[in-house]
Structure formats: structure tokens, C-alpha cells
Design a protein around this ligand. Structure first.
Ligand code: IVH
Length: 719
């Protein structure tokens, strides 16, 4: 870019965003020429000027810092440069709670799962939730062998060389440590170190980071470990993954042991014996928050007994035995400049507020969600008024907004006294802003949806974005901009209008004269990388494949549940395509439908969405096109203990249970490799019936299925 630059204070938000996008592309291209092709085309001074300009705009508009920002990418290895590490045990996340009642609910849910009464004491630890990056450190024979980031929880990046430069982290463990142990905790940067270094780096190199957490993340992604060494990274140990022998009997003792081995542990950890205790600790830690030298964003509670943790186990993403009590969201007041409508992949029209920039908790906010039409009009999800009469939200209004952690900010309320006289009530569009089709609101729904379906470009683009997103096909190099570029391109060899087109792009390009590498913004190196990224993803796990299809109600968790049940795409497709849902009361649906709704955690709404998806001819065609383009889903491995006597069997629990709750029974069966179904069918192998069992027991005996009681179950599984 050679045009004269506007003074930063005169840039509008739109102009700033545009310039940052252009700078990111331009700097990336120079980086490629310099590093990749070894042929720089500008002087070092001009290159530095670009970076400084980028940093200065980012400093003025921190909310516009791009995920591919050159300031965060500098010196960082290109993604994929760090090897991958499959975690021996997945690195899960934590559930969040926000209120005192939520904490009561958490403790009650633990008691319920364990079928524990209120008078048995349940010790729970409380400790600060550090706002950094989680890290898994694997020691074999007491030597640090690998350090890996969390990644998607299953696979992380190998950052061992960089981690070895952190003095908080021991390279070797003492003799009493087990032969294999994965120590887990948080890498973070102190606030004072962050501020001093960030200032220096902004001046010297044009790199800035919005907060200590991002700085720590950038530091870990350095290609040269010597760069990481120069950054004052710190570590707190608070958990562990695989261990060749148990560390202790309680969470508290286990963490103390990590401390004795030389890991820094947080000295604000305490054992609480009641909900009141937990809340007192929470308030004490909250009161200290500002004076702590590092950022924290809540308090983590963990059931102290490791035997109980084992019994409680995990949900798909988080342990049942722990939760994070987050600090309240931060609030601010600003002016609503405009309301824009975004169209999602299912056609949902979502209103987004464009705001006068305002700082909330250290981050400048310019966008906030307005949820839906009713929310703008002051009506809540169950029809109740959420603001006093006439309290709708209007363009020009002064509004209060709230930001909690990484969640998108939301508008809470209107300051009515400041409403401009001429402010008009907002009229929600009844046509899709992207394709002009009617946008309708079904009876009982809060969401207005575009009816354009396949002809709506916004929906199509969003579906492709979802398809390539991190937890779906995870294709690097296909961001929003690129997808729009490919979607709108006139040359057929450069069009991506459906997921399958992604995988045929290279073949179409091979036979075309309009070459991607000659187009501005795509150098030869980046095109090569893009093709490699696409090729790498021709095979993905069945759960990712299913999630990527973007079927309503099938998020990651449900995709996993369904994938683990059917195990192969063929079986899943055959089953879902043949499922016929019940027509009315008393109709149970056919056997395939029964199988589908029998999957643990899958109800009729999800089952219906899946069956409907496969009933549509164009969806079947889209799937066939993917398969024809050489894409396939890797069969799911049966989960749980494959050697247990119930592995691979389908079990139904019915009637009362006395030694455990129904939820614990299900979780135990799944740990042992069994599939738990909600209803009895031909496919059921075993029914565990307690007192009061009714129709399911009857069905089992009609079908000749083996029935046992709870005690026999414990004998069978040897527990
Ligand atoms: S325990 C299986 N304890 O919070 C549970 N996590 O929101 C393992 N975090 O991914 C996590 N401080 O990166 C735990 N004292 C603490 C923590 C903590 C920060 C992070 C961790 C985790 C995330 C979940």
C-alpha cells in the first residue's frame, strides 16, 4: 500500500478495520517473500514502518486486533510448525457458574449424582482461577519429556523447547515422583512484567498485546526458544493427567505434593466444608483480586476426595467434580450507533449493536449482541418484560453494556433520560438483508429466520465457515475473507459454494488459466499451504464430520454422542436415513427411530433434526459430493474399557437403584464401554431393573432380553 496514511485519530472504526486487514495481508506477504522466498521487496525501514503503523492502529482500536494480526504473529512459527501431541488423558475445560444459587446447585448436583444425603460432609477445595494458558508437562522417569498446549483438548501443540526456558518449571523431579506423571497447570505472565515489556516492545518492534494472557500465548509460540527465554513467563500447577501411580487421596494433598516437587502452587487454595465456606472463600479471593500480581477471573471449586472425583467422572467437555465460579461481568455506558442484522448458517437473523467505542474491563468494545427481536423490544424468552414499559432499545440510545470474560458483550439496559427526542422504535426486518427472501418467525419461536435456504448467500457462507471451523474440519487458511472471496468469484475454477468444492479446488485450479497464486493476497507459498491444509483434512473423525454438517441441534456434544453410538459414517447414515419418527401419540416410530432416541442424551428434537437432514435429497447430494471428493470420516473407536464384560453391549437401566444414582449408573456403564439406551429394543443386550420397573421390564421379557438387578450388575462388572 503506498497511499498516504490518515492520522490515526481521524480514522473511523471501519477505516481502521480495513487498514488493519490490508496491513495484515501486506505484512504477511513481505514475511513470505523474506522468509519463504528469501527475496524481500522492500527495505527494512519500510517494513518496520508498516509494523509500527499496524501496532499504533491496534493500540487505538484494541478490539479490532485480528486473529492473524502481524503483531501477534511476529516471530511466531507458522501454525503447524510445532509438532502435535495427543494428550494421554484429554485436557478438559470447566463449567462456569455465576451466582450463589449456581454454587448451591453445583454442590447439590454432586450429592445427587453420588446419591449422598445432606448430612455427609463433602469437602471441596477453592482456589483462584488463573487467567493464562493451560499446559500439560509430561515427565518420564522424572525427566521432562514433552510440554503441550491444550489445543482442542485431545491434541495440543508441542512447545517443549519453549517451556524449558521457564525457570518456574522443573526439568527433573525428585525420586519419590512416579515413573510417568503429567503435571498440568497454567502458564501466565505477571501484570507488572506485562506492562513494562509491552511498552518496550511496542516502541521497539511495533508488537503489542491486549493483555498478559495474549502476551503469554504469543511468547509460547516463538520459533526461537531464546525469544521465549526473554519473556518472564510463570507457572502454577493445579492438576495432572496420566500418572503411573496415584498421587494422593485428595486434591489438596496431591497439589501439595506437586509443590514439594518444586512446582509453584497457589497459596490461596483452601479446603471448604460447606456451601457457606465456599462462598466466603470466593468473596475473600475476589476482595484480593486487584492486589494479586497476576490476573484471575474466578474461583475454581473441586471435590477434594480423588475417589469421589473418580466416581463423578466427566461429561463430554468438563468434569462433574469441579466448576469455575466466575467473577461478575464488568459494565459500562455508551451510545448505540446502529443495529445491523447478521444472517447465520441456519438462517437466523441476529441483531448486532454497533457502539460508540467504550472501555470495559480494559478492553475496548464496539459491538454487542442484542440477541433477537423480542430482546430489542424489552421482552424476555418466556414473554416477560425485561425492562419497564416502553423500554425498547433504539438507535441513538445511551445503553449500559456488560462484558463477561470471552463472551460477546451484551446490552443490558437503556438510560431513558438520555434518549434523543427523535429516536425511533426499531423495526425488525421481515426480509433477509442478504438474499431478500422473506424472514419469518414461527409460532412460539423467538428467532426470525430467512426462508432463502440454499439460495441465501449469507447462509451458504456461514455454513462453509462452520464446516472449516476449528472444531469441525479445522482447515487453516480459510478465514471469513477467503471464504467470501471464493464464494463470490466469477471463475468456476476459483469458486467454493459448498463444502465439497473445497476439496476439488486444487484439481479445478490445475486445469485453469486463472491461477490463485497470481491473485492479490495469495502468494505461491500461501496457495501451497492452503492446498496442504485441505489435503490434511480429507479424513477427520466421525464426530467432527457430523458436527461440520451444521445440522440444527447437533453441536459438538451431540455429534460425539451420536458418533460413539454408530461408530461409522455408513452405519450413522443408514440408521438416520431409515428412521421414521412417530406420527402421533402411541406410535413409537420404527426401530431405527427407537435406536436413535435411545442414544444416551439424545432426545426427540435432536433425533428429528438428524432424520430430517438425511431425508432431504439435497443434503444427501452434498454428503455424496464430499465422499466423491475423497473426504471420509474415520470410524470412531469404541470408548471405555474394551475388555470389560459389558463392552460393546447396549444396556438399559430401569426402575429404582439403591447403591448409586441413575446418572452414576449410566456414567459407570459408559466407562466400561457399554452403550446406555433409554428404551428397550431388539438391539438391547441387558436390562438392569430395580424396584418399581414397569413397561421396559415387560418389553424386555417379551423380547427375551436378559434382565438382572442392581446387585447382579455390580457382580457382573466386578465392582
Ligand atoms: S482445573 C479438568 N484449576 O481454566 C479440570 N483450571 O475454564 C482441569 N484454569 O482449561 C482444570 N486456573 O486452563 C483448573 N486453578 C485452576 C485453574 C484452571 C485456571 C483454567 C484451565 C482450564 C480453564 C477452564
Amino acid at each position: 500500500m503506498t497511499t498516504a496514511r490518515k492520522a490515526i485519530e481521524n480514522l473511523s472504526v471501519e477505516e481502521a478495520a480495513e487498514e488493519l486487514a490490508a496491513l495484515a495481508a501486506e505484512i504477511a506477504e513481505h514475511d513470505r517473500r523474506y522468509h519463504g522466498d528469501d527475496a524481500p521487496t522492500i527495505s527494512d525501514a519500510d517494513y518496520d514502518a508498516l509494523r509500527l503503523r499496524n501496532a499504533a492502529i491496534e493500540a487505538a482500536f484494541p478490539e479490532l486486533v485480528r486473529s492473524d494480526s502481524p503483531s501477534t504473529a511476529v516471530g511466531a512459527a507458522p501454525s503447524g510448525a510445532f509438532g502435535q501431541v495427543v494428550h494421554a488423558k484429554p485436557m478438559l475445560s470447566l463449567d462456569n457458574v455465576f451466582s450463589d444459587e449456581d454454587v448451591v446447585d453445583f454442590v447439590n448436583s454432586v450429592r445427587r449424582f453420588l446419591a449422598w444425603s445432606g448430612d455427609q460432609e463433602l469437602p471441596i477445595t477453592a482456589e483462584p482461577k488463573i487467567d493464562g494458558l493451560s499446559m500439560s508437562l509430561r515427565y518420564e522417569n522424572r525427566e521432562l519429556v514433552t510440554a503441550a498446549t491444550r489445543g482442542d483438548g485431545t491434541t495440543g501443540e508441542n512447545v517443549t523447547a519453549n517451556i524449558r526456558t521457564i525457570s518456574d518449571i522443573p526439568q527433573t523431579l525428585p525420586k519419590d515422583a512416579p515413573d510417568v506423571v503429567e503435571v498440568r497447570g497454567e502458564v501466565y505472565m505477571r501484570r507488572d512484567d506485562f506492562m513494562a515489556l509491552n511498552e518496550r516492545m511496542a516502541a521497539e518492534t511495533g508488537r503489542v498485546f491486549a493483555n498478559p494472557r495474549n502476551f503469554a500465548a504469543g511468547s509460547l509460540r516463538q520459533k526461537d526458544p531464546e525469544n521465549t527465554r526473554a519473556r518472564p513467563l510463570k507457572f502454577f500447577a493445579y492438576a495432572w493427567g496420566e500418572t503411573s501411580e496415584p498421587l494422593a487421596q485428595t486434591q489438596f494433598e496431591a497439589v501439595q505434593r506437586l509443590g514439594a516437587w518444586g512446582f509453584p502452587i497457589n497459596d490461596h487454595m483452601a479446603i471448604c466444608r460447606s456451601v457457606e465456606d465456599l462462598l466466603t472463600r470466593y468473596r475473600a479471593i475476589e476482595a484480593e483480586r486487584a492486589s494479586l500480581p497476576y490476573d484471575i477471573d474466578g474461583v475454581v471449586y473441586k471435590v477434594d476426595s480423588l475417589a469421589l472425583q473418580e466416581r463423578l467422572g466427566f461429561r463430554s467437555r468438563s468434569p462433574r467434580w469441579a466448576t469455575a465460579h466466575k467473577f461478575p461481568a464488568e459494565k459500562a455506558t455508551t451510545v448505540l450507533r446502529a443495529i445491523e442484522i447478521q444472517v447465520g448458517r441456519t438462517g437466523a437473523l441476529t441483531p448486532v449493536a454497533r457502539l460508540e467505542p467504550v472501555t470495559v474491563g480494559g478492553v475496548v468494545v464496539t459491538n454487542a449482541t442484542l440477541h433477537n427481536e423480542d430482546y430489542i423490544n424489552g421482552i424476555g424468552n418466556s414473554g416477560q418484560r425485561i425492562r419497564p414499559e416502553e423500554h425498547d432499545i433504539r438507535v441513538g440510545d445511551t445503553v449500559t453494556i456488560q462484558r463477561a470474560g470471552d463472551v460477546i458483550p451484551q446490552i443490558l439496559d437503556v438510560v431513558l433520560e438520555k434518549r434523543p427526542r427523535d429516536a425511533e422504535k426499531y423495526v425488525f426486518p421481515d426480509h433477509c438483508p442478504a438474499c431478500g427472501s422473506h424472514a419469518v418467525r414461527e409460532e412460539g419461536e423467538v428467532v426470525r429466520r430467512c426462508t432463502g435456504g440454499l439460495i441465501c448467500p449469507a447462509q451458504a457462507v456461514e455454513r462453509i465457515r462452520h464446516f472449516v471451523s476449528r472444531n469441525a474440519f479445522d482447515i487453516e487458511g480459510l478465514g471469513e475473507k477467503q471464504i467470501e472471496f471464493f464464494f463470490n468469484h466469477e471463475d468456476p475454477s476459483l469458486q467454493i459454494r459448498s463444502p465439497a468444492d473445497i476439496f476439488t479446488l486444487k484439481a479445478r485450479q490445475d486445469g485453469s488459466l486463472t491461477k490463485l497464486e497470481n491473485i492479490d493476497g495469495f502468494g505461491a507459498v500461501s496457495v501451497k499451504k492452503l492446498y496442504a491444509a485441505i489435503d490434511e483434512r480429507r479424513q477427520v473423525s466421525l464426530s467432527r464430520f457430523l458436527f461440520a454438517l451444521g445440522i440444527r441441534h447437533i453441536g459438538e456434544t451431540n455429534a460425539k454422542r451420536i458418533a460413539r453410538h454408530y461408530l461409522s459414517f455408513d452405519a450413522l447414515r443408514t440408521g438416520a436415513s431409515a428412521a421414521v419418527m412417530p406420527e402421533g401419540k402411541g406410535d413409537p416410530g420404527n426401530a431405527e427411530w427407537q435406536e436413535l432416541v435411545g442414544i444416551n442424551g439424545i432426545g426427540s428434537v435432536v433425533a428429528e433434526a438428524l432424520a430430517e437432514f438425511f431425508a432431504e435429497e439435497h443434503n444427501q447430494q452434498a454428503v455424496d459430493a464430499l465422499l466423491a471428493a475423497g473426504v471420509s470420516a474415520i470410524d470412531e473407536e469404541p470408548v471405555g474399557d474394551v475388555s470389560s464384560p459389558v463392552a460393546g453391549k447396549t444396556v438399559v437401566f430401569t426402575g429404582g437403584l439403591e447403591r448409586m444414582s441413575r446418572d452414576e449408573a449410566k456414567a459407570m456403564a459408559e466407562r466400561l464401554g457399554a452403550k446406555v439406551a433409554g428404551s428397550v429394543s431388539k438391539k438391547t443386550d441387558l436390562v438392569v431393573a430395580g424396584p418399581g420397573a414397569g413397561s421396559k421390564l415387560k418389553q424386555a421379557s417379551e423380547l427375551g432380553i436378559e434382565v438382572i438387578d442392581e446387585d447382579a450388575w455390580f457382580v457382573l462388572v466386578g465392582q
